[in-house]
Ligand binder design. Structure first.
Ligand SMILES: Cc1cc2nc3c(=O)[nH]c(=O)nc-3n(C[C@H](O)[C@H](O)[C@H](O)COP(=O)(O)OP(=O)(O)OC[C@H]3O[C@@H](n4cnc5c(N)ncnc54)[C@H](O)[C@@H]3O)c2cc1C
Length: 294
């Protein structure tokens, strides 16, 4: 591979108010790009995929790095909170260990000091490691634009590879999570080519909690890197709601999760291998979450 050239030149603006950002986005359109950790943005600029004239740094805006927990309303994570800040925050570790585990699975420690939760979701990458946890924990994405603030549920946020419900002129300011159900447990199992920090070949999140359904328990399953978008394996969840928890049900649900995956072949793995790994990781995740709950 030939050496990559450095970054092209661009104007840098360190924004200090939300309306300054929306004004710049309106003025410059596609020529402006927002910056938080830069671990995706600068790679794409270096590789020549995008050539913004102006880069607007939004991570110093008020509240963008706050992580706040309230017993009634839940967790608010500023979009520019880094993966390491999320993963080691006491409230996240105590009440949202699935999110802490997912944040901690991204790349390497060094990259996690820069990479932000918001940046991971903004990309709309099917491989975003924090996306399945955000789906299962019923995260709501907070967006700010010319008409003020709006919220989009994580379920409606991911539209396709690189495409999200964010509109031109908007920025992400935070991710809000409701208080998790009592007695819940979760795991994020990621398979990469190495343990030192690679994008997922397949990622499976499992989240469970006791409830009043036929089985007495409710399970949610989220998948990364095995479809055009991060997604929930809803048919697998139905199997788990309708049958008593245990290995037989878990094996059936793992098959259904595998069927929900529609991966591609790429440099990291073949589609067939990815599908098989979804089944294996789902089965393992269900067993581990069940062991934590029972
Ligand atoms: C070596 C390496 C390893 C990696 N490994 C992983 C991995 O294992 N798992 C994984 O999921 N990812 C991985 N990544 C990808 C990346 O680190 C993550 O997606 C990261 O969370 C992105 O966050 P960021 O703050 O760096 O985003 P940035 O690069 O700052 O921004 C990402 C995108 O969002 C836009 N943007 C920035 N801020 C906003 C905002 N407030 N509102 C709207 N749009 C905005 C930017 O213009 C850009 O398009 C890796 C990257 C590298 C370089």
């Amino acid at each position: 591979m030939t050496a990559r050239p450095g970054l092209p030149s661009f104007d840098y603006v360190r924004a200090s108010a939300l309306d300054e950002v929306t004004r710049l986005l309106e003025e410059h359109g596609d020529e402006a790009r927002l910056l938080m950790g830069g671990t995706d943005l600068f790679v794409r600029m270096r590789d020549g995929f995008i050539h913004p004239q102006i880069v607007v740094d939004v991570k110093h805006l008020p509240g963008m790095r706050d992580i706040l927990y309230d017993e009634q309303t839940g967790l608010t994570v500023g979009a520019a909170a880094t993966m390491n800040e999320v993963a080691r925050h006491p409230a996240v570790q105590t009440h949202y260990p699935l999110l802490a585990e997912a944040a901690n699975s991204v790349a390497s420690y060094q990259v996690r000091n820069r990479a932000t939760l918001g940046g991971n979701l903004c990309n709309g990458s099917p491989a975003a490691d924090t996306a399945p946890a955000t789906l299962l924990l019923e995260g709501r994405i907070v967006l700010y634009g010319q008409n003020g603030e709006r919220e989009v549920s994580a379920n409606e946020f991911f539209l396709g590879p690189g495409a999200t419900a964010m509109q031109a002129g908007e920025l992400m300011t935070a991710i809000r999570f409701p208080v998790p159900p009592a007695g819940s447990a979760g795991r994020y199992l990621k398979l990469g080519r190495n343990k030192a920090g690679d994008l997922a070949i397949a990622g499976v999140a499992v989240f469970g909690f006791p409830d009043g359904t036929t089985s007495g328990y409710h399970f949610r399953i989220g998948l990364a890197s095995v479809a055009p978008v991060p997604l929930r394996a809803l048919e697998a969840e139905e199997v788990l709601a309708a049958n008593p928890p245990g290995d037989e049900t878990f094996a059936l649900a793992a098959e259904k999760a595998m069927e929900a995956a529609s991966p591609i072949d790429d440099v990291r793995a073949s589609a067939a291998y990815r599908k098989a790994m979804v089944r294996n990781l789902t089965l393992r995740g269900l067993r581990e979450v069940w062991a934590q709950m029972s």
